[in-house]
Structure formats: structure tokens, C-alpha cells
Design a protein around this ligand. Structure first.
Ligand code: LCV
Length: 259
């Protein structure tokens, strides 16, 4: 059974997460199917993509499949990690991608939503950034992404607390374009997609490429990049990193000891 269903409706490509038994958590297989679906819809000349979960879902996506996080001593979010590759795929996708969100969104799935160009969410949706809850050192590109989108203080609050942020609150911080009653979300999303799809595709694609390049504005020197990696290595080399994953698998609260 496909973990991602995709279809073309006129010039709108629709990708639907379909791993409900594991709360649409992003394992390698699902993420590879998602990237394959994007490629297929680009090849079918879609002008806009919509990324969604099944109607009425309580959990849009529970984020990275924790059981597939690497063992300690390996960077859990390295540049070529499947999740990082997927995020860049969405950001580099030639046409706009709309995230249509219902329910709760966790960890890497938040970053997936933020990698989309527009986020349309149902009332009651929540977004949680969870690395601190699991003991994971998030990566620099992810932190810059969030900071650019919602501002430094809100990004710090999301990451330090690791608590779900209600979409109404998130909306006030800019990363959600519209908040709608769940019953209106799909029609609103498809109307916006159709509007974008009717515009000049080359111009829309050029705009997306320009935004992508302009948002890469933050430059850091080599020493800073190396220092960030050293800081992160201390975390994924730690016992706490192993404990966070083990606690999830054993369905118990983690007991972090700060080492
Ligand atoms: C594997 C899962 C998952 C899951 N992986 O249903 O951003 S970072 O750095 O943190 C990054 C590394 C990341 O994205 O990490 C993942 C962050 N995600 C989370 O912390 C959310 C973890 N999931 C939950 O807290 C709960 O599942 C929620 C609150 C989403 C739903 O709770 P509920 O009680 O409704 P279950 O927990 O019973 O989940 C149903 C099945 O889905 C699996 C979970 O293990 C269970 O499997 P079994 O039926 O085999 O026990 N599942 C849920 N999330 N991220 N598997």
C-alpha cells in the first residue's frame, strides 16, 4: 500500500500522507515516496502542489520516524539524511507547494510544513518542535529556517519548550497564512491552488526560485560552521540522545541526566 497517494487535478498536484497507523510519521520509505510523487507531478506539468493528510486526521504527521533515528555517535540530521533531502526537495521544487494542515504537527513534519511556500491550517491545529524533548541537536539550516519565518524569540520558545503551539498563536507569528474551520479548509486550499495554477507558470517559478535564493541571505564563516558542528556532535554523542530514543520506544518519559 502506498505511503503517499498522489494525483493531478487539472494543474494542481495533490500529495496525501498515508501512514495513519504510525501517525504519518516520516520513515525513509514514506519520504522517498513523497519525493517520487513530487518528481512525477513536476513531470506531469503541475503548476502547484498541495501536501495534505487524510481529511479529519488528528495527527497531520508525528515527524521523523524515531525508530529510524541513527544510533548514538552519528549525526541524526546530517545534510544527506532523508528528511533533510526531502526538506530541500520541497524548498527547491520549481512550483509553489501549499501545506494543507489539520491536526497536530510534530518535529521534522513542522520543518516540512515550513519548507512549503504557503501553510493553510484548520482551527485547532498545533505545531510542536520536539528535538529538546528527544535529546536531538537540531541543525543550523533548520534553526535559521524557523528564525526567518517566525522570529528569534518565538523560535526559541518553540524549541526550548518542545510544546505544541496552537495555530491561532502560530498564525499571529506569521508562519500560517490562513486559519480556517476544518469544513472550509479543503475548498479554500483548492481555490488558492487553482488561482496560482492559472497564473503564468514561468513567472511563478521564477518568483519561487528568487525567494529561495534571497532567503539564503544568512552567511556564516567557516569557523562558525565548524563550531556549530562541534556543539551538535557533543549532543548526539551523549547518553541523553540514546535515552530520548529509548524512552520513546519504551513508551515512558525520558530521564535525561545532562550527559
Ligand atoms: C515512529 C511513531 C511516531 C514517530 N516515530 O498515538 O524535530 S526532531 O529533531 O525532534 C525530529 C527528529 C523528529 O521529528 O522527531 C519526532 C518528533 N515527534 C514526536 O515527538 C511525536 C511522537 N508521537 C507522539 O507524541 C504521539 O504519537 C502523538 C501525540 C503524535 C499521538 O499520540 P497517540 O496516543 O494518539 P500513539 O502514540 O499511540 O501512536 C500510534 C503509533 O504511532 C507510532 C507510535 O509508536 C504508535 O505505534 P505502535 O502502535 O506500534 O505502538 N508513532 C507515533 N509517532 N514520530 N513511530
Amino acid at each position: 500500500m502506498a505511503l503517499v497517494d498522489f494525483s493531478l487535478r487539472e494543474k494542481t498536484g495533490i500529495l496525501c500522507l498515508n501512514r495513519p497507523e504510525k501517525q504519518n510519521s516520516l520513515n525513509r520509505e514514506l519520504m522517498q515516496e513523497l519525493m517520487g510523487g513530487i518528481d512525477a507531478l513536476v513531470a506531469q506539468d503541475a503548476h502547484v502542489l498541495v501536501l495534505r493528510a487524510a481529511p479529519g486526521t488528528k495527527v497531520w504527521s508525528a515527524g521523523h520516524d524515531i525508530n529510524e533515528l541513527p544510533e548514538p555517535r552519528r549525526d541524526p540530521l546530517s545534510y544527506f539524511d532523508t528528511l533533510e533531502t526531502l526538506l530541500r526537495k520541497v524548498q527547491d521544487c520549481p512550483m509553489p507547494v501549499i501545506a494543507m494542515v489539520e491536526g497536530s504537527v510534530w518535529g521534522g513534519a513542522c520543518d516540512l510544513c515550513f519548507s512549503c511556500d504557503i501553510v493553510l491550517a484548520a482551527q485547532g491545529s498545533t505545531f510542536a518542535m520536539t528535538p529538546a524533548k528527544i535529546g536531538i541537536p537540531y541543525n543550523a539550516s533548520g534553526l535559521i529556517h524557523f528564525t526567518n519565518l517566525i522570529g528569534l524569540n518565538k523560535a526559541k520558545e518553540m524549541f526550548f519548550t518542545a510544546q505544541p503551539v496552537p495555530v491561532e498563536d502560530a498564525w499571529n507569528n506569521g508562519f500560517v497564512n490562513h486559519v480556517l474551520p476544518a469544513s472550509e479548509l479543503e475548498a479554500f486550499t483548492m481555490r488558492m491552488a487553482d488561482t496560482i495554477a492559472k497564473n503564468a507558470p514561468l513567472a511563478v517559478r521564477a518568483l519561487k526560485a528568487e525567494f529561495r535564493l534571497l532567503m539564503r541571505g544568512h552567511s556564516i564563516d567557516a569557523e562558525t560552521a565548524e563550531r556549530i558542528q562541534a556543539i551538535r556532535r557533543e549532543v548526539y554523542d551523549s547518553d541523553d540522545y540514546a535515552e530520548g530514543i529509548r524512552a520513546f520506544q519504551e513508551k515512558r518519559p525520558p530521564r535525561f541526566r545532562g550527559k
